[in-house]
Ligand binder design. Structure first.
Ligand code: KMT
Ligand code: NI
Length: 172
């Protein structure tokens, strides 16, 4: 895992877009991001138990696994959105980027690889993309039934109670 400020330059979302300015663990913690590097699934099982995650699935994002819909899916994952639940991903193989909004609404790019586990708090605006290798396999953890409701950023979602509650946790 490595985090840095996104450069906001045009170009393929799958490129690094590294501004050269790192984001440290303290800043990530201040916006509610948690992460660990777990060598195997036993540690994931412990975390899932502690946080009350009953369900999980695995998804592969790659042209081989998705065929013709791959490019469209990658664009969809990259639409800025939030969820009313935490988003937990454990990277089983491959690499990719989670972009999250920092304390002043600028993009932070979090580069993830095999063994990384990331927790995005409910209400944080974020997006996901594969990188130029076009392959990631991730475990998605869910508290209850697998569900995935991205709420895309807009005036209405800005007023969502999970969003406003989240903002209270990051304001100083
Ligand atoms: C997400 O949250 O955008 C995804 O789950 C994408 C696939 S998992 C890396
Ligand atoms: Ni999401």
């Amino acid at each position: 895992m490595r985090a840095y400020w996104y450069d906001n330059e045009p170009g393929d979302q799958r490129e690094l877009h590294d501004s050269g300015r790192p984001v440290d663990e303290t800043h990530l913690a201040s916006v509610g991001i948690l992460y660990w590097h777990y060598p195997d699934v036993a540690s994931v099982n412990e975390l899932a138990q502690e946080r009350g995650y009953k369900n999980r699935d695995e998804c592969i994002v790659s042209p081989e696994a998705m065929g013709a819909v791959y490019e469209g899916k990658v664009k969809m994952f990259f639409d800025e959105h939030l969820h009313e639940d935490e988003e937990i991903r454990y990277i089983l193989d491959g690499t990719g980027f989670f972009d999250v909004r920092g304390a002043e609404d600028e993009w932070i790019r979090i580069s993830v690889e095999k063994g990384d586990l990331i927790v995005l708090p409910s209400g944080i605006y974020h997006r996901f993309t594969t990188d130029t290798k076009n392959y990631i396999k991730a475990m998605r953890l869910f508290k209850e039934e697998p569900q995935w409701t991205p709420l895309n950023r807009g005036p209405e979602v800005d007023q969502n109670p999970y969003r406003t509650t989240y903002l209270e946790t990051v304001s100083v």
